[in-house]
Unconditional design. Structure first.
Length: 111
């Protein structure tokens, strides 16, 4: 399993992409790698595409930040809203936690 995770980490440049990939894959979607658009796609029982938007969230191990289904929608426009209203994508939320801190970063307790 560790070798699989290492190869995934090498293939995907950022932790956000890995979180997104895991969330989408566990929900039964095929991951879409492009940055613009939906994060995953699968065919429904009628053979029509169903899309999803993944919103993984970091959760702290000390319990100060709870998994609440929040995610970043700061790039959401009215044009995107209309598209989503027509295509009705599933919104996938997931929580991940990390037991390490990167060098140079300090846990301030604010996040």
């Amino acid at each position: 399993m560790n070798r699989e995770l290492e190869s995934i980490a090498k293939a995907y440049a950022t932790l956000d992409t890995i979180r997104e990939l895991v969330t989408v894959s566990l929900a039964g979607y095929s991951h879409i790698e492009k940055k613009v658009g939906y994060n995953g796609m699968r065919l429904n029982t009628y053979g029509k595409p169903e899309y999803c938007e993944a919103k993984p969230q970091n959760v702290r191990l000390d319990g100060k930040r709870k998994l609440n289904g929040g995610g970043s929608f700061n790039d959401y426009t009215w044009e995107r809203f209309r598209k989503d209203e027509r295509e009705n994508p599933n919104i996938l939320t997931s929580g991940t936690s990390s037991s390490y801190q990167s060098q140079g970063s300090r846990n301030t307790g604010d996040t």
